[in-house]
Design a protein around this ligand. Structure first.
Ligand SMILES: NC(=O)c1ccc[n+]([C@@H]2O[C@H](COP(=O)([O-])OP(=O)(O)OC[C@H]3O[C@@H](n4cnc5c(N)ncnc54)[C@H](O)[C@@H]3O)[C@@H](O)[C@H]2O)c1
Ligand SMILES: [Fe+2]
Length: 357
């Protein structure tokens, strides 16, 4: 038995208002005449948060269009633009949801690695550390702040750059930054965390490390999404820690059926990760009976509509594409269904599942 040896986030600060410490946190990372680049979710354009970004010297804010989830082309273009303008940079600071954070991770890596980010979609293909990178979530749930991957849609697949060089050097977890997230988006991204917990805790890869984090994250999600009364700052505090703990839980285990199937939707239809996971999980009673029951309670309590019939009218080829993408996620299936998963999850069964969505 060989145990995985993980690189984790090097520094992290947690607390309300911790964003105000960003200037002093970045100061020791600045290299002479090379700027810090703040890759900020376009939602924050003309919002007060932007005025609080501690710009020095040639520092630059780039608003990242995250209408679509990050693409390898977008990453390559950003890295090329920065190389052309500055030669190199002191660091990349991603401020936003999972998409903006993933973009920051990927651009940091592509500042120091040759070729296209598409060449590095997979496991442990990245050879050189990127430039300094920090992640500052404004939505909580994906666990992108702690993970060793950055999920990208490339020319032939949707797959992460999974490597020891991918985790952030620094994360700033300030619950004030997620306070204004729209209710629906907050729910979808929060459910990403809930689903991470269920897939991790019921998976065959589970160990005590994953279980410890997974159980804590699950409890926090239950408190956040099932407690009576209105949403309060305490909910934001807890959701932010749930995302962190949920991310830590899957670091040592894996996600499962919902994620594998949702990747197919994302690749073909561009369905976003959080909502896609909800659309799929809603139909997974057979695989996660308790989790799906509780999920439906959360949907009802938070008055969320889960879209239905999104695969209606798709062609045979389109179903085949989604099935190809989902079937390619081998570690996810193995975690969910065991080493003999191929006997349990056939293309036919997967087709039936996709047709229900
Ligand atoms: N690296 C990983 O480990 C990992 C894990 C899971 C998901 N992901 C990736 O994360 C992405 C999904 O992230 P997400 O669910 O956080 O959503 P997102 O980053 O895609 O953002 C969703 C929407 O919310 C907006 N938004 C962000 N913060 C906001 C705020 N505070 N207030 C109002 N609007 C805000 C964005 O502009 C966008 O329109 C996907 O690209 C997915 O592939 C990565
Ligand atoms: Fe996820």
């Amino acid at each position: 038995m060989k145990f995985r040896n993980f690189k984790m986030v090097s520094y992290m600060v947690y607390g309300r208002g911790s964003f105000n410490q960003l200037d002093e946190i970045l100061a020791p990372q600045r290299r002479e005449s090379q700027p810090m680049i703040f890759l900020v979710d376009h939602f924050f354009e003309n919002k007060p948060l932007v005025d609080r970004i501690p710009l020095r010297g040639k520092d630059k804010i780039i608003f990242a269009d995250v209408s679509y989830e990050p693409k390898t082309k977008q990453v390559d273009a950003l890295a090329a633009q920065l190389k052309q303008e500055f030669g190199n940079v002191s660091g990349i600071i991603g401020i936003g949801g999972g998409s903006a954070m993933d973009l920051a991770k990927a651009v940091s890596l592509m500042m120091n690695n040759p070729g296209s980010s598409a060449d590095y979609q997979g496991w442990d293909l990245v050879k050189q550390p990127g430039v300094y990178k920090a992640g500052i979530p404004t939505l909580s749930g994906t666990g992108a702040e702690v993970s060793r991957t950055t999920v990208l849609t490339g020319p032939t697949r949707k797959l992460g750059m999974n490597s020891d060089f991918t985790p952030f050097d620094q994360i700033v977890l300030d619950p004030e930054l997620i306070a204004d997230a729209p209710v629906n988006q907050r729910f979808y991204t929060g459910m990403d965390c809930y689903i991470h917990c269920i897939e991790s805790l019921t998976g065959t890869f589970l160990n005590e490390f994953s279980k410890s984090y997974g159980e804590k994250a699950l409890n926090l999600c239950q408190e956040v999404f099932l407690s009576a009364g209105d949403w309060t700052p305490l909910h934001d505090d807890r959701l932010m820690m749930a995302s962190y703990a949920g991310g830590m839980s899957i670091a040592y285990s894996q996600v499962g059926v919902a994620h594998a199937v949702s990747y197919g939707l994302g690749y073909l239809l561009g369905t976003k990760h959080g909502i896609g996971n909800c659309i799929v999980f809603d139909k997974l009673e057979e695989y996660y009976p308790e989790g799906v029951k509780e999920f439906k309670k959360m949907v009802k309590k938070n008055r969320i509509e889960i879209p239905q019939h999104i695969t209606r009218g798709l062609t045979n080829d389109q179903f085949e594409t989604m099935i190809d993408v989902a079937m390619g996620m081998k570690p996810l299936w193995e975690n969910a269904l065991g080493a003999d998963w191929e006997k349990k999850m056939t293309r036919g069964r997967l087709r039936e599942l996709y047709e229900q969505l």
